[in-house]
Design a protein around this ligand. Sequence first.
Ligand code: SAM
Length: 274
Amino acid sequence: MAATASHDAEVDALLDTLFRVHHYDFRAYSRVSLRRRLAAAVERLGYADLAALHAHVARDGTVFNRLLGFLTVQVSEMFRDPHYFLALRESVVPLLSTYPSLRVWVAGCSSGEEAYSLAILLHEEGLLERTMIYATDINPVALEKAAAGIYPVEAMRAYTTNYQQAGGKASLSDYYTAAYDNAVMSRPMRERITFADHSLATDTVFAEVHLVSCRNVLIYFDAKLQAHALGLFADALCRRGFLGLGARESVRFTAGGDRFADFAREDRIFRKVA
Ligand SMILES: C[S@@+](CC[C@H](N)C(=O)[O-])C[C@H]1O[C@@H](n2cnc3c(N)ncnc32)[C@H](O)[C@@H]1O
């Protein structure tokens, strides 16, 4: 779809409807990728143009649910960017272990792979028993998958390399039971994670946490929404708490970024300044 002024006005109108009727706020998402994803939705859902999609989404919740699948990118992996998890294990865990109890917030958790990776890591470092992991997202289908903790066994085999490179101390298969083509995450891992609906665009902070891991989410936001999300993280974090971002994300050049200092710069781990 071309980025003409009239097309931008149509996109604005659709996003206003999504906010007004369905209470999902995509108005401050990066426009380039929104346009691309809306174009894919128009084509794959079989509409003539954006106006036709708009007309249907305004009155049909089913169409909205399908559109949500296009507007939110669900790609995830266990131990994605293994070096990030290795840095958490080697540099952050020793500091977290000084707290008697821990709370971790995985913001934008998609179908749960990042949250389960952290549960496994914290288990292996002897911290899971005293940790509560809150994993949040805006996509209800992804949250349902996450809570079920069921993944294709083939994918788990692929994640094994990531797990090993992330300093895994056992075998990834110790944390799931294979049933036909599926792998079901083990109960001790599932028990420590609460999956919940929460939007970084419209909701407020719900707990004080020691670590926020929000990977590959800010990249979809515009500068203003990125700053808003960083503000939420700073407010949620305890004194000198940790923030982990995705490989292409940073607190630098973002308003409010000065509430954080580099901790493991290459691995995009930051620490709230005192
Ligand atoms: C690419 S996935 C990242 C998954 C995981 N963090 C990872 O790095 O593997 C981005 C996720 O952000 C979620 N998301 C998008 N907008 C959000 C918002 N406003 N609040 C919370 N989550 C959001 C999407 O639904 C999607 O599940």
